[in-house]
Design a binder for this molecule. Structure first.
Ligand code: ZN
Length: 310
């Protein structure tokens, strides 16, 4: 294994919806999920977010409605046979314009969202091609700057879910020295099959950021326990994950046999937490977990004076 690089990774900007990462070129319609200023296809600075794009389409439609209403109203006023008729036509037109403005103001956001959904649906192929263009740039970037390549993959991976992109990210992350103050991810990187690099990454995350170890990551480790044990640091990985898992009683209840096998190796403060949780909620311990924890407790920690625990 080569030496790892010391790097700093930019924080990941999270959005409510994945499509908020997309921008489209107003000139040529090319999509991108990266942060370039100029369109990589036509070279113009004409990239706008899909929300902006949808908003301007809705505004254009509103403008068209207003122009049409005004024209029709104007014609009615002009064609009125008496002053009264013309006055009536003018009043109706003004009323309609007011109503139109009120309705559009009320439904603008809904309209924008609907327009956005329609555009995303219609442009599916263009979006796919745009993201593929982005992905093709990663290989180039990787030769020069591996952090940049990782950051690009992270953006692409927020829109495209496939194991190749996940594995490329994990491989790059495992060539960096990871720190707890980095904006790291785990859930989006979980693969459908066993990968040594991912198992090692999970082990590191369990030590650096145990709060990222959730049910799906514990399940991954539990499913591939046999393969992980064959790694030179397999027991350390499993122990770190179990140490992170015991922080929630839900995980204790879900993975009793995994916890039973590695509880004896986890740090004392973690073990005491497990012991106390089981004392408080005896129902959480299934499949011999309570007996095993009690045995380890009696063997290792019981003889010590109580004040040494804290
Ligand atoms: Zn363009």
């Amino acid at each position: 294994m080569g030496t790892k690089q010391v790097v700093s990774i930019r924080p990941f900007i999270r959005t409510t919806y994945a499509f908020e990462k997309l921008r489209i070129c107003k000139r040529c319609g090319t999509y991108t999920c990266l942060w370039e200023n100029e369109c990589s296809s036509c070279g113009r600075s004409a990239l706008v977010s899909v929300q902006q794009r949808a908003a301007s389409k809705v505004k254009r439609r509103i403008a068209r409605d207003i122009v049409l209403t005004t024209l029709l109203g104007g014609a009615a006023v002009y064609l009125g046979e008496s002053l009264d008729q013309s006055m009536l036509a003018a009043s109706v037109t003004l009323l309609l314009l007011g109503l139109l403005a009120f309705m559009h103001k009320r439904s603008f956001l809904t309209e924008q969202l609907r327009q956005m959904k329609r555009t995303l649906q219609e442009d599916r192929e263009a979006i796919r091609q745009g993201i593929n263009r982005n992905w093709a740039l990663v290989a180039e970037a990787r030769k020069e700057d591996e952090v940049l390549a990782y950051e690009m993959l992270r953006e692409i991976g927020s829109l495209v879910y496939n194991d190749r992109i996940r594995l490329q990210q994990v491989a790059l992350l495992q060539s960096f020295v990871l720190r707890s103050d980095m904006d790291l991810q785990l859930r989006p990187l979980l693969l459908g099959s066993f990968e040594r690099l991912l198992a090692e990454y999970i082990g590191e995350i369990a030590r650096l950021k145990p709060e990222l170890i959730r049910e799906d990551a514990i399940r991954y480790v539990a499913n591939y326990e046999v393969q992980i044990l064959q790694l030179h640091n397999g027991i350390q990985i499993l122990t770190a994950v179990v140490a992170a898992a015991v922080r929630k009683s839900k995980y204790i209840e879900l993975f009793p046999s995994l916890i039973t096998r590695y509880a004896r190796f986890i740090p004392k403060d973690r073990f005491m937490r497990l012991y106390q949780t089981l004392e408080r909620y005896p129902g959480k311990a299934r499949g011999g977990l309570a007996e095993s924890v009690a045995r380890v407790y009696n063997e290792r920690y019981r003889e010590q004076p109580v004040d040494a625990w804290s």
